[in-house]
Design a protein around this ligand. Sequence first.
Ligand code: SF4
Ligand code: SF4
Length: 82
Amino acid sequence: ALMITDECINCDVCEPECPNEAIYPGDEIYEIDPTLCTECVGHFDEPQCQQVCPVDCIPLDPDHKETREQLTAKYDALMAAK
Ligand code: SF4
Ligand code: SF4
């Protein structure tokens, strides 16, 4: 999963771009639900939120490192639950 750092300026451009609806406004800045973020695996070649963030504040989450296989499995599970 990716994460949003405290450099976030709450511009709201990333939230509608997420195919998994993993991004939401938190108490102070936008946040990513790591259980929903597939790093865009299954939907796009590149993480869409990273592409649009004007301040480049969406790195990989070191606490939620996942392999491509794990991300694909998460995508499959999310699609199955829809
Ligand atoms: Fe959503 Fe993709 Fe960003 Fe994860 S990487 S939060 S799935 S847009
Ligand atoms: Fe924050 Fe970047 Fe999302 Fe804007 S695009 S709300 S600055 S994380």
